[in-house]
Design a protein around this ligand. Structure first.
Ligand code: ADP
Length: 606
């Protein structure tokens, strides 16, 4: 037995020795495979909801890897940290931009990495400034109603909130002036039963007809309950603009593609005067506007209620609170090439070569901010191209009113018509994009030039266009030659179209509206291209203009109106519906927020 025990001990000792050697071998292999100067440093920074802990691996003076060890940031914000890891490693520097919409998380994360690096012997090549980022936060901006974005929807909401008795209303606007895309528009407003229709004896319009036009024009993709609210409140809101806000309308109206009848009111001075009237009214009513102030991120309380935003003004971070509600009115994302390429499901080519009619500020900030806190986005794939824009700037021609409100032809490089000039903007854009060089040429005769006073009203646009070489005035022959279009074909096209006018039937494109002859010259001809105009998708709202999350529940405290929202125009917005949309839902958002009850309160005097 003793002898056996001795044998067992002997075998055990041999085994232990063998495995010990193996372990030493393995460890030395591990140590050898790790370069000598690789170090792992841990760091800590303050995020939105507590500490962010990271580990940074540095090897050969390079940041090789960053691991997020612990954080309590809201789901979604962690995406920002992952993007920052890529940026920091790629640049080998912490001098990277914060991620829009996740400012606090980004700064907290960057300071955690800096904190880790401060424990390393900092080397020039590492290009690290280890000073902690100071978040210069000023907490003193409290209002009852906070509105993000000072365009059409924002100013409408502000006026309504003030007139409902809100004690303090603040708009923050990232540009040095207000207006956004609304300022760049014609300010047109479609309203069935309006006073100009009455003057003109148009009696066959109705809310129901209007509802159908919007819904069908949007390819039945709009939310019917929102479309109905828009249709039912349009006239009241037009009256409110005219009688309460003081917008002056012309005595004429126009007939836009997709509308069954002419029902579009047109303000004096177009978009610029329209928005300036709103701004003046808001200021008169005591609304506070903070310009040069860009909202970056929502602030939520512990229950998830939106109570304010973090914004940046002159490089300084400020917190603005809306104690009764926050209204998002930052517009769409037409000027954000990355976003429109990501979301577009229709065109497949909305890269930087396609210009935009939008203000450069319209880059989807509000949509990203709302997405980051779980708002549902709908209809994001539907992006509208405006068909008639200056190729030199991408902006639409105001002179295109000649086509919209009177009579003009659209021809292609071969001198042929290719579409019903009165079609919806969507269908004209679709037709134009497939023409040679994706370019069209609008032809206007001297009668229309005179009738519409194009040379008086649009003098600046004309003079600029002549300089840019995109507009020409002359005989049919001179115009055609200027744009290198076969003259005989242009003459033939005009004769053929005029013969359709005589017979009363456009056999080529079935145009029915303003079927008038192209008469004597001198003519104006201008070249035009398609341009991104309106993004139909955005945050989903309910009938109280309250933002919904991905489960269809309301996000408390947050309302939205205007182009930042989706679900109203479905797959396509008809012309002259943008302003009714901003006014209708801007007012509803204000009513819901001021009354703080999240229920729909009808707009207007009904
Ligand atoms: P809508 O027609 O929906 O009112 P507009 O384009 O007229 O839209 O106005 C949107 C406004 O929002 C613009 O004035 C734009 O500069 C502003 N804006 C966009 N993003 C921000 C932001 N992050 N912070 C503050 N203002 C913003």
């Amino acid at each position: 037995m003793k002898k056996n025990k001795g044998i067992v001990w002997f075998i055990l000792i041999i085994l232990i020795a063998f495995f010990s050697l193996k372990i030493i071998e393995l460890n030395s292999e591990k140590i050898e495979s790790q370069p000598e100067d690789a170090v792992t440093l841990s760091g800590i920074g303050k995020g939105k909801s507590g500490d962010i802990l990271v580990e940074v691996v540095i090897n050969n003076k390079k940041i090789k890897h960053i691991e997020i060890i612990e954080h309590n940031e809201t789901p979604g914000f962690d995406k920002a940290m992952v993007r920052l890891i890529d940026d920091i490693v790629a640049k080998n520097s912490v001098d990277v931009d914060v991620i829009t919409g996740s400012t606090i998380t980004s700064k907290g994360f960057i300071s955690a990495v800096k904190n880790a690096l401060s424990k390393y012997e900092v080397d020039e090549e590492l290009n690290v400034d280890i000073e902690e980022v100071e978040t210069n936060v000023d907490d003193n901006y409290q209002s009852e109603i906070l509105i993000i974005g000072g365009g059409g929807a924002g100013f409408t909401a502000a006026i309504e909130a003030a007139s409902l008795g809100a004690k303090s209303v603040t708009i923050i606007e990232k540009m040095p002036f207000g207006g956004g895309n609304t300022r760049m528009s014609g300010g047109e407003f479609a309203a069935p039963g309006n006073w100009v229709q009455v003057e003109e004896g148009i009696e066959n319009d109705s809310v129901e007809l209007f509802y159908n036009d919007i819904y069908e024009g949007g390819y039945r993709q709009g939310k019917p309950e929102l479309v109905r609210i828009l249709a039912e409140n349009a006239l009241d809101n037009a009256l409110w603009l005219r009688d309460f806000v003081g917008v002056k309308y012309r005595d004429e109206q126009s007939w836009y593609g997709g509308h069954t009848v002419a029902r579009t009111l047109w303000p004096e001075g177009d978009g610029p005067k329209y928005i300036d009237t709103l701004i003046k009214k808001a200021l008169d009513m005591g609304v506070n506007v903070e310009y040069n102030t860009r909202a970056e991120e929502f602030i939520q309380n512990e229950d998830g209620r939106v109570i304010g935003v973090i914004a940046v003004n002159n490089g300084i971070e400020k917190r603005f609170y809306g104690n009764k509600g926050v209204i998002l009115a930052t517009g769409g994302f037409g000027a954000n090439v990355e976003m429109r390429m990501e979301y577009d499901t229709q065109w497949g080519r909305l890269d930087a070569s396609i210009p935009t009619t939008n203000s450069p500020a319209i880059v989807g900030d509000g949509i990203v901010m709302a997405d980051n806190i779980g708002a549902n986005l709908i209809g994001m794939g539907a992006i509208q191209l405006y068909p008639v824009n200056n190729p030199a700037t991408g902006n639409y021609y105001f002179m295109d009113y000649a086509r919209l409100m009177s009579n003009a032809l659209l021809i292609n490089k071969e001198g042929k018509r290719f579409v019903d000039e009165k079609e919806t903007r969507d269908n004209i854009a679709k037709a134009t994009i497939f023409q040679p060089s994706a370019t069209s040429y609008e032809l206007i005769d001297s009668k229309v030039i005179e009738e519409m006073d194009l040379e008086g009203k649009y003098r600046d646009e004309l003079l600029r266009g002549y300089d840019q070489g995109v507009i020409f005035k002359g005989t049919l022959e001179e115009c055609s030659k200027f744009f290198d279009i076969p003259v005989e074909q242009v003459e033939h096209t005009v004769e053929r179209y005029n013969s359709f006018v005589e017979s009363g039937a456009d056999l080529d494109f079935n145009r029915t509206k303003d079927l008038r002859k192209i008469e004597e010259g001198p003519y104006i001809m201008f070249a035009s291209v398609v341009s991104v105009h309106h993004t139909m998708g955005g945050v989903e709202i309910d009938i109280s203009a309250q933002v919904l999350n991905e489960n269809g529940d309301r996000i408390e405290g947050l309302y939205a109106a205007g182009e930042v929202t989706g679900g109203i125009h479905g797959g396509n917005r008809l012309g002259s519906l943008s302003i009714p949309d901003t006014v209708t839902f801007g007012r509803i958002a204000a009513r819901s927020a001021v009354n703080n009850e999240g229920v729909f309160i009808p707009v207007g005097n009904k």
